[in-house]
Design a protein around this ligand. Structure first.
Ligand code: NAP
Length: 485
């Protein structure tokens, strides 16, 4: 496999780090080096911000329709390259190729959606309480956006930020995760080929996030930080952003309850639980089920069916055909997942299947963990309180709806939740009571472009996607006109 040697993208140019230093990107399935990219830091970030600032006036001055047309061209070119982009996602992130294709296809959809939304950034003419005055409210792009993205969805996390920001008329400096910069740079290549004005979109890569992040926070030209990642880092960034009162939007960690009532469609609930627990980046997704709550009356039967399905999951390198679960991203994540399982077992949990690192054969060089189901779990265990971010499913039992709601909400997180029932009254009551930004009712597919996505509580601030997604990148201005006599 040829190692990809890519430069970073500043001011419409492909450039090395000022120091000439580089860092390696590794395949988590094999440990092999798959890419070498520039190791940039504060000075490259400063340059990127300056060119983004210079490009802002021209870009914001274009009509939304014209910006939307460029976004549409990105959409077309990205669609032509879905397979190539998906191969990159699999290489640097590890997820199975078919899953990577789904991710890239979904990621492209944000360009399509926000190309249209650009034309709908309406203002208002507000009825005036004064005879001689008129009141207008208009929306304007915020300015330069610093976007910071994680490794678990190397394409979607990028497009879900840059498409609305660019559509709104903002210019962008993107810092992708150091584990997965290749996909972000491949998206930059497409934006370059489409012919965006220089400086409108820039990508700074670096092995150390701190210097890049600090520059984004401290540079007064940056007006907004759009971040997806862990809650801990989100809090640090919020503190930094507070010094200049920059706008922020944060998509952070989750601890999703997956709730199955005894009146649910049983097979659909089992399928849904397997899909949203295991078949999204091996459980390394913010919206993955973290705690499975099953009503006592069906808990035995559910567990049996669920465990059978989990045993059949195909685990292996994402490039191998038919794989459903790939490796975890790195040793640290693998260790955290192992620690959570050990902690649960030491407090009385029982491993129904899995519960160990996979090390034989093609697993030897990668970070593979066996799909795991834990029984006899209690809410106090770390595995229920923390975001697992791996292929481990703790099953808990509940009796009543009231008790369930209270237990499901007992967490600092509030991103996604899932509820299976065929009783409409119950669906409405529980969906309204869950303190989560997303409630999937008899649905484990997650969200889509047309609806806003984001968290309650410590899972985030602001929304991405939907009509609201573009508003996050716009200021609201009121213009009071005292009509000339
Ligand atoms: P992370 O460690 O918080 O990193 C996310 C991004 O922030 C990476 O680009 C990282 O750079 C950068 N970063 C880390 N420390 C920084 C600092 N001090 N200043 C500036 N940038 C900094 O999270 P992760 O491990 O990549 O991703 C997993 C987390 O993301 C999970 O908690 C997951 O739930 C959350 N997530 C949330 C959503 C959502 O929509 N709510 C979606 C996906 C993931 P490096 O890569 O160089 O460390």
């Amino acid at each position: 496999m040829a190692v990809k040697r890519v430069k970073m993208y500043l001011d419409g140019q492909w450039v090395e780090a000022d120091s000439g230093k580089t860092f390696e990107v590794k395949d988590p399935a094999t440990g092999e080096v798959v890419g070498i990219v520039p190791d940039g830091g504060a000075s490259e970030t400063r340059k990127a911000i300056e060119v983004a600032y210079r490009a802002f006036k021209g870009w914001a001055g274009m009509t939304p329709k014209a910006r939307g047309e460029l976004l549409r061209k990105v959409d077309s070119l990205m669609r032509e390259r879905v397979d190539a982009l998906a191969r990159l996602v699999t290489l640097e992130n590890g997820k199975p190729f078919e899953e990577a294709k789904k991710e890239v296809t979904f990621a492209v959809g944000y360009f399509d959606w926000f190309a249209e939304e650009a034309r709908r950034t309406y203002g208002e003419l507000v009825p005036s309480p004064f005879a001689g005055k008129r009141l207008w409210v208009i929306r304007q792009p915020i300015g330069v956006v610093g976007a910071i993205t994680p490794w678990n969805f190397p394409a979607t996390m990028v497009t879900r930020k840059i498409a609305p920001a660019l559509a709104a008329g903002c210019t962008v400096v993107l810092k992708p995760a150091s584990a997965t910069p290749l996909t972000a740079l491949a998206i930059a290549e497409i934006i370059h080929q489409v012919g965006f004005p220089a400086g409108v979109f820039n990508v700074v890569t670096g092995a150390r996030s701190r210097p890049i992040g600090d520059e984004l926070l401290q540079n007064p030209f940056v007006k907004k930080i759009a971040f997806t990642g862990s809650t801990d880092v989100g809090k640090q960034l919020m503190e930094g952003a507070a010094k200049q009162l920059k706008h922020v939007s944060f998509e952070l960690g989750g601890n999703a309850p997956f709730i199955v009532f005894d009146d649910a469609d049983f097979d659909e609930a089992v399928e849904g639980a397997v899909a949203i627990k295991f078949l999204r980046v091996a459980g390394q997704s913010c919206i993955c089920a973290n705690r499975l709550y099953v009503q006592e009356t069906i808990a035995e039967r559910f567990t049996e069916a669920f465990v059978e399905k989990v045993k059949a999951i195909k685990v292996g390198p994402g490039v191998e055909p038919g794989m459903q679960v790939g490796p975890l991203i790195n040793e640290e994540t693998l260790k955290k997942v192992s620690d959570l399982v050990e902690d649960a077992v030491s407090h009385g949990a029982k491993v129904a299947v899995g519960g160990k690192r996979l090390t034989e054969g093609w697993y030897a060089k990668g970070f593979f963990y066996a799909p795991t189901v834990l029984l006899n779990v209690t809410a106090e265990m770390r595995v229920c309180r923390e975001e697992i971010f791996g292929p481990v499913a703790p099953i808990l039992r509940f009796r009543t709806e009231e008790e369930l709601i209270q237990r499901a909400n007992e967490t600092i997180f509030g991103l996604a939740s899932y509820l299976y029932s065929r009783n409409l009254g119950r669906i409405m009551r529980v969906a309204e009571a869950l303190e989560y930004g997303l409630v999937g009712v008899n649905d484990a597919a997650g969200y889509t472009h047309e609806i806003p996505f984001g968290g309650y509580k410590e899972s985030g601030l602001g929304r991405e996607g939907g009509r609201q997604g573009i508003e996050e990148y716009m200021e609201v201005k009121s213009i009071v006109v005292n009509l000339p006599k």
